[in-house]
Design a protein around this ligand. Sequence first.
Ligand code: NOJ
Length: 572
Amino acid sequence: MTQSAPAAWWKNSVVYQIYPRSFCDTNGDGIGDLVGITSKLDYLQMLGVDVVWLSPIYASPNDDNGYDISDYRAIMPEFGTMADFEAMLAAMHARGIKLMMDLVVNHTSDEHPWFQQARQSRDNPYHDYYLWREPKADGSAPTNWEAAFNGSVWQCNEATGESYLHMFSKKQPDLNWENPVVRAEVFALMRFWLDKGVDGFRMDVINMISKPWQLDGSLPDAPVVRDGFLQPAFAMTCNGPRLNEFLAEMRKEVLDHYNTLTVGEAPLATVQQGRDITNAQTGALNMLFQFEHMDLDSVGGHVNGKWARKPLDWRDMSATMARWQTALQDTGWNSLYLCNHDQPRSVSRCGDDGDLRVRSAKALATWLHGMQGTPYIYQGEELGMTNVAFERIEDYRDIETLNFYRVATTERGVSHAAAMASIHAVSRDNARTPMPWSAATNAGFSAGQPWIRVNPNFTQINAEAALADPDSVFHYYRQLIALRKQLPVLVHGRFEAWSPSDPKVVGYLRHSDEVSLLVLCNMSGQLRHQMLPEHLAQRPAQFLLGNVPESGVVWQQHLSLQPFEAQLWLLS
Ligand code: NOJ
């Protein structure tokens, strides 16, 4: 089955991401589990989503909450058993919901048997599964590259007198994809899950599997952009020369034999790479998670780290998304996301998490879901969940956050207050507080002590309250998703960028042969006015959906937009 075949069901789909640790705990150990997920499928069905993307559920020592896998074919005991998994998958399929697994194969856990073998000696058959380098003559690290979670990417291994490369924590050694045996192992484990009936993969940092320096063996230092020895190094390890070749092999060996949804996480991806990798004929994956729109509100962008923040300028956001929309619409496909388990909550980041929380959450949803691509909803986004601001660093659990705090406050002279301000803005734990199911103890997430504290606002923001309130963010998402099923233009319509004159108003058009859609959102807390171009204003228009029902919207050339008002119009 090729991607250009008519069954590109993933184009019509809306994906819901579950971070299993924080979704629903049924056995009282404070950690979400698979039985918990199964127990909430009615909720997902009511929302109307088509696919669940499940963050990793494999055996793992949890240095990075499951993104460090020690057995790709086993379920993490805290999450349940293989029987629980099979029951969950069957229950999803019975409801018409597909399941996309997380494929984390740029690296394994250091507790994976492959690595346990590999580190024993240079002539162990598994040694070449990983990436090794000698220290420099003076004993220092082979390069100045800093790992994503701080510290050097190189970790000494006494038994062999070498260092291994780890782009993330030292318990996440990078695999050597140049070794064909490694590729064969990965393809085999993909088949294992596909043969169980799963419907696709979200591929963790997939553009890091080929390293730029691997073919010629050179190991250039990263450019020096700040004081000290270690320098940001993502650019040194992404998008190597054999990336497309490895992905093509994966398609030929595995993906072409199944009917899957594939999305590759791709830090530093450019639109050209997006076009190449998602090209329906010649690319290997259906879509990418690109990061350009996630890097617009940090001072250093993806290269220099995310912790120094600046306000988001919606003109940048609009222009970035428009670039991706325009570049991919004829050949490839976009994913559409504002939230996931690595990002702060979108309503706190780009909306208003105070008085206008509900309205701004709906505006963000309208703006995102109106574009061409497959929309992703991260658990709790459909409730308008907000960031959390724990006062004590001890209440945080995320390795990236804890390492940032330690390095910033002990090595880089950052004050506790400044470090906490960054953490409150952008820590991954903002997204990882337990799903608030109700106003009961522990937000109805667990009868035990949750592994991370609940967001204290759960008494107001929870699923039970949202279901009972017809004006909730949840019911708005339901309407958006339902519209997608009714209006082919929402799925397939051509994207046309449009720059409203007001910098706080964003909008765009979608066109089919018969109709057009106009999406218009005020992304500010003030009243805004926008003139429509004459040729648009003259077309008959039907109001499809909006988040200020009481405003009695009338189609006219001069539109007024309430704070965070979103309007979706169908033009004939
Ligand atoms: C990206 C994942 O989304 C993130 O959670 C993880 O820490 C890194 N890749 C390493 O696997």
